[in-house]
Design a protein around this ligand. Sequence first.
Ligand SMILES: Nc1ncnc2c1ncn2[C@@H]1O[C@H](COP(=O)(O)OP(=O)(O)O)[C@@H](O)[C@H]1O
Ligand SMILES: [Mg+2]
Length: 512
Amino acid sequence: MVVVARVNTVAFQGIDVLGIDVQVQMSGGIVAFTVVGLPDKAVGESRERVRAALHALGLALPAKRITVNLAPADVLKEGSHFDLPIALGLLTVMGVLPDAEIARYVALGELALDGALTPVAGVLPAAIDALANDRGLICPAACGGEAAWAGPELDVLAPANLLALINHFKGTQVLTPPKPRLQEQDAPPPDLRDVKGNETAKRALEVAAAGSHNLLMVGPPGSGKSMLAARLPGLLPPLDPAEALEVSMIHSVGGLLEEGRLLRQRPYRAPHQSASLPALVGGGTRARPGEISLAHQGVLFLDELPEFPRALLEALRQPLETGKAVVSRANHHVTYPARVQLVAAMNPCRCGHLDDASLACARAPKCAADYQSKISGPLFDRIDLHIDVPAVSPADLSLPPPAEGSADIAARVAVARAIQAERYGGFGPYPAGRAVRTNAEADGELLEKVASPDASGRALLTEAAERLKLSARGYHRVMRVGRTLADLDGAEGVRRRHIAEALSYRRIAPGR
Ligand SMILES: Nc1ncnc2c1ncn2[C@@H]1O[C@H](COP(=O)(O)OP(=O)(O)O)[C@@H](O)[C@H]1O
Ligand SMILES: [Mg+2]
């Protein structure tokens, strides 16, 4: 019988995995059961669940001094997935499980009082890490489909309860390896065909999809802004396998992969104005990715933008700029990927009817300036496309559905995206370490290189910049959008007509 048992498990820092060694020692002395090594509250409570689960198996904890050490001791251990490795360590030290076998696996899972294994967050990254370290993985049955995504070479044991696992090692009831599962293609994403009229807005949505530009829609209630936003993911190219894995890892760590099924569609997240800062950017009492990371490689929709507290909007600026959300923990920082396309919508003023004299309130148009000034200039600057979405007329609503649907537009978007991938692929990571793949990400010197308009385009841009008092950022925004319009056109260079259209996606906020 071993004196100290060791079981491999993991801790998460962002979507990165850190190996944790669970050491269980049984010795003489005062009867006790302690867990040391910077456990958080959920880990501390592990003791009670483990004790109850062993009791359910008919095993009493030996009347000895039991010490569980989670090493390295300087990493905070968060979450409930330590139940399983602790229980396995105890069973090993008690001689129920073979220690040489257990050492070949990484284990994570939460125990119910009856010994059943309940699902935990982070199984996918843990599985990928286990395979990289030539180990197998033991996880709850409900997470088996997720673990199997690490590859067919990974040895996955996904028992429904502790007893099934013990029987597996005894050889009396062998566990079958789980199969990888995909998110079922439930309802097809909403189609742009449902939107009648609003041609300018649809064109802007296509441009946004093509260059992955952020988009702001301003219009009265009921003009179709939410409808349009929800249709953007359907215009974007599907996730490639590497992206699908990365997005699924974030959702896994967030505990959101339904029955361990990998995601196939680009995420679309629409957090409410009352969301907390941790819910939006990440962190909180337990380190979890926020909405901006759950929307990674997809769309983050902020409806009624000025209704979001200013502090929240300011906190989004950094991730929007860098594509990463940095969350501070007690003694370190955690980084989650957060490369999103932002779509924001707002009413022109609080009551929403600024442009309709019969409905507008008595304070118009002053109220609009007040309302729109709630959003800081720097945030506006990160949104390349600003458009008006006027109310649809009854005549438009009675039109037959448009001939062109999301699939047709997505095909054009895919071509424009391929042109961009090829162009930026030739430049390598730019600037240092940050790979540019779409026009929206091009800036400064790179933008000058790829998006310089022809002479008449340049003249128009210079003239408009003076007349509209464009800031340097505003000037570059027009160039970026111009580049995307040229790509949609299949044009080598940016021409005057592209600059002219790009300038039309610059709605001027009153009072600015
Ligand atoms: N262009 C449109 N074509 C068809 N229906 C529309 C259109 N615009 C609005 N609607 C209808 O009005 C409802 C409200 O639209 P919504 O997108 O929520 O407006 P908003 O977000 O601008 O307030 C939609 O559910 C839809 O039924
Ligand atoms: Mg709406």
